[in-house]
Write a protein that binds this ligand. Structure first.
Ligand SMILES: Cc1cc2nc3c(=O)[nH]c(=O)nc-3n(C[C@H](O)[C@H](O)[C@H](O)COP(=O)(O)OP(=O)(O)OC[C@H]3O[C@@H](n4cnc5c(N)ncnc54)[C@H](O)[C@@H]3O)c2cc1C
Length: 472
């Protein structure tokens, strides 16, 4: 084989797109490319909804590759072993991939790198998942940022690389290695009844993600600063599910928003700030990996949160009797996503009114969210619980009634997701009963439950626990 015929493997993970893909660009620059997806134990450990959504993304990307005359090779097993096998079977001399920064991915990728290097293979990781690599944004003293606002100020001063174009073509190897079918992986199997319901709401693939961005920039961005908090208006971009699987590059989104700001579109600055929250979450997880499993502030490790309990089960099922909380939990079950404002509210309610550990909620979100992201989810939960670096102070306890008055003044959101609430028979609300496990025994005829915790008493109990913990 000549040098350009010697193939490179492109190991795909959360980067299922052609444009703005530095790893793909590098692989194409070197010659023939074999795109590979490996269902490894780390990916298999994801929750039901993220795995199902990943399958949708893979199916879409496989088609994109096919349209380019290329293929997606699918294998199952430990990534290091699978990649070694593929190197031997194909004669590849290099493996390229886009970097991830959570502790699970970093441990796996480090092992892959050294295993490939032992074979004398070039193992090259690339940027592309973030606006900036987490170690390139430093405080004046050379440390990392723990608080968002100074981080945003630092990011706002930096030039972000322009997005790369999609390659015109992807050179093929002389021979393709064997591949499983995506459907052999069974990625969607644990969604059971929920899959067909959530599928109605998911917007999958690179082209669709670009369409979504385009639509948001033409309409939504103008009102974004005020509408983004309104649960009754589709005021946000919805791009998190696409960014999670890398169906669109963050730098492409950033530069499009910068252009919108230059054109004087009023919400563009706020939107840029939100994009930076995503990078901030990855900055934190890179520098403080314990954020995924332990309270970020050590003093919160001994806070007397309850472990999983029956109240938390009612919270999961959207049966707390607190309509704004239940609407959020049901929205997540029906659509696979939840409005940001309500994510904050349900997280506050679980950790404060129900005094239940944030990890219980974090785990449930991981099971149900099609935009599940290890960094944003961990940061969001710790922010709401009060245990994180950039936390809301613990005494800030969201009041579900006040939140509802401000952000769902006409009850539109609550009626959309709770069947029976205010006589609602809305189609989306009714879909819950098609999606939930039969063992939950929930039917549209069930009366909406009584409130399970008195809001004032719940708030006082949480504050009391906080004061005692602080004094101890
Ligand atoms: C408890 C909790 C858990 C969360 N879990 C996740 C998660 O698993 N995955 C996830 O992507 N987001 C998570 N978020 C952040 C946020 O709720 C979502 O990113 C947002 O709702 C996505 O909707 P959108 O794409 O329409 O956002 P838009 O308002 O259109 O914002 C554009 C993009 O900016 C980023 N962004 C916006 N807000 C945040 C934020 N608070 N933190 C980090 N990035 C943000 C997202 O990439 C988003 O797509 C969580 C927030 C909380 C409070």
């Amino acid at each position: 084989m000549t040098d350009s015929e010697t193939p490179s493997l492109l190991w795909l993970r959360r980067d299922l797109r052609l444009s703005d893909h530095p790893a793909l660009t590098a692989a194409v620059g070197a010659g023939a490319v074999i795109p590979v997806f490996v269902l490894d134990p780390e990916t298999e450990a994801l929750g039901a909804a993220p795995r199902w959504r990943l399958e949708q993304s893979l199916v879409s990307f496989e088609k994109t590759l096919k349209d380019k005359g290329s293929r997606l090779i699918v294998r199952r097993g430990a990534a290091a072993q699978v990649l070694r096998d593929l190197v031997e079977q194909t004669g590849a001399r290099a493996v390229h991939w886009s970097r991830l920064y959570d502790p699970v991915s970093k441990a796996r990728d480090t092992a892959v790198k050294s295993s490939l290097k032992e074979m004398g293979i070039t193992a090259q990781s690339h940027p592309g998942h973030l606006l900036r690599e987490p170690w390139t944004v430093e405080t004046k003293t050379g440390g990392f940022y723990k608080v968002y606002t100074p981080y945003w100020k630092a990011m706002a001063q930096l030039d972000m690389d322009a997005p790369l174009p999609a390659p015109k073509s992807i050179p093929n190897p002389q021979n393709w290695p064997d591949s499983l079918k995506i459907s052999d992986l069974g990625l969607g199997k644990d969604m059971r009844r929920g899959a067909s319901v959530v599928a109605e709401f998911a917007i999958v693939g690179e082209q669709e993600a670009q369409g979504r961005l385009g639509a948001f920039l033409s309409h939504g961005i103008t009102e974004y600063a005020s509408a983004r908090d309104r649960t009754d208006q589709g005021g946000t971009s919805g791009l998190s599910e696409n960014l999670t699987y890398g169906e669109i590059g963050i730098r492409a989104v950033w530069h499009a928003a910068l252009r919108a700001r230059e054109e004087g579109k009023p919400g563009a600055e706020t939107f840029l700030k939100e994009l930076v929250w995503r990078d901030f979450a990855w900055h934190l997880i890179h520098h403080t990996p314990h954020i995924t499993d332990e309270s970020w502030r050590p003093e919160w490790q001994s806070f007397p949160w309850r472990d999983d309990n029956d109240d938390a089960e009612r919270w999961r099922r959207g049966l707390t009797g607190e309509p704004m909380v239940d609407a959020g939990m049901r929205q997540m079950y029906i659509t696979g996503t939840m409005h940001n404002r309500v994510r904050m509210l349900v997280a506050s309610y679980l950790t404060k009114h129900l005094m239940t550990h944030w990890r219980v909620g974090q785990k449930w979100f991981e099971e149900c969210l099609i935009d599940w992201d290890p960094a944003s989810n961990a940061m969001g939960w710790q922010w709401a619980a009060g245990s994180g670096p950039d936390a809301s102070p613990y005494f800030r306890i969201f009041n579900p009634e006040t939140q509802a008055e401000k952000f769902d003044p006409k009850r539109t959101y609550r009626r959309r997701f709770i069947a029976g609430y205010g006589g609602s028979k809305e189609a989306d609300a009714l879909k819950l009963f098609e999606a939930v496990p039969r063992s939950w025994n929930m039917t549209p005829a069930d009366p909406y439950p009584e409130r399970m915790v008195d809001l004032k008493a719940g708030r006082e109990r949480a504050l009391d626990a906080y004061q005692k913990h602080k004094a101890a």
